[in-house]
Ligand binder design. Sequence first.
Ligand code: NAD
Length: 297
Amino acid sequence: MTTRIDGEAVAADVRDSLTDSIAELEADGVTPGLATVLMSDDPASETYVSMKQRDCAEVGIDSTHVEIDPDAPAEALYETIDDLNTDPDVHGILVQMPVPEHVDERRVLRRIDPIKDVDGFHPENVGRLVAGDDRYRPCTPHGVQKLLAAYDIDTDGADAVIVGRSNIVGKPLANLLVQKAADGNATVTVCHSHTEDLAEKTRSADIVVAAAGIPEFIDAGMIREGATVVDVGINRVDADTEKGYELVGDVDHDSVSGTAGALTPVPGGVGPMTRAMLLYNTVDAAGLQTDTDVSLP
Ligand code: NAD
């Protein structure tokens, strides 16, 4: 029997608790504010940004949105970030990635004031996370940790294998799971495109996190009986649907169901948690910047 890890339900619990946190802030005259910045006309990016705005409205976070012509000079984006850095009503800044090729992504991440960096990608915040002194945990890895905790999946002493070494998922998650902490203490292996005999490594794991962006490539032969499988992947594949595609994860769910002890679905697993943890970081940021105590779930 494979337990389905219900990310929608856990994310709803996080959002519920955050409405209480926001009420605490409001009692002190603080309304958390998130600014989203979009420099792209990619429909998927537009959808992600509008979902984030909707999520904010649902819990009582003020959101502002800035759109910049993708053909505008990079300076337009840097100057927008400078303005938001000094806006006292904005506690969190999220620049939707990817930015156009003529914009230096690293420079964008460095330009955001680290105290407003609710994505957790500024080098200062990355360094703090590695040192075990995190300020804002990046949303997807933090969401994975919350899912594991919600289902009492112990990371302490567990062998965790992460497939993918990106700066937004694999690397920060590895650094979180390896920390000497209640939601860490795992022995972590990070696999990537140059890893040899991936299946041997994933088969040895108590917890497998798939974040490679390859549709349905983790199958039952790569999973140990009873292991927890977290599918971070969101991949568009051609399908006979109205839109002409469907979203699938990095895990072959038909194959792995029955072998895995627990499995996150796609959609409805890690995705909703990523969105919820952005709200969490924004509330945290509002408390930090206004010196207001706020309890977080
Ligand atoms: P990325 O493309 O930046 O990195 C992919 C990683 O996979 C790389 O480190 C690469 O070395 C590794 N990889 C590639 N081929 C491999 C192979 N054959 N074996 C082992 N490793 C291999 O990816 P990303 O931005 O981390 O995203 C990964 C997936 O997660 C994508 O499908 C993305 O859409 C999804 N994603 C989902 C969420 C969410 O909220 N659920 C958030 C972020 C990303």
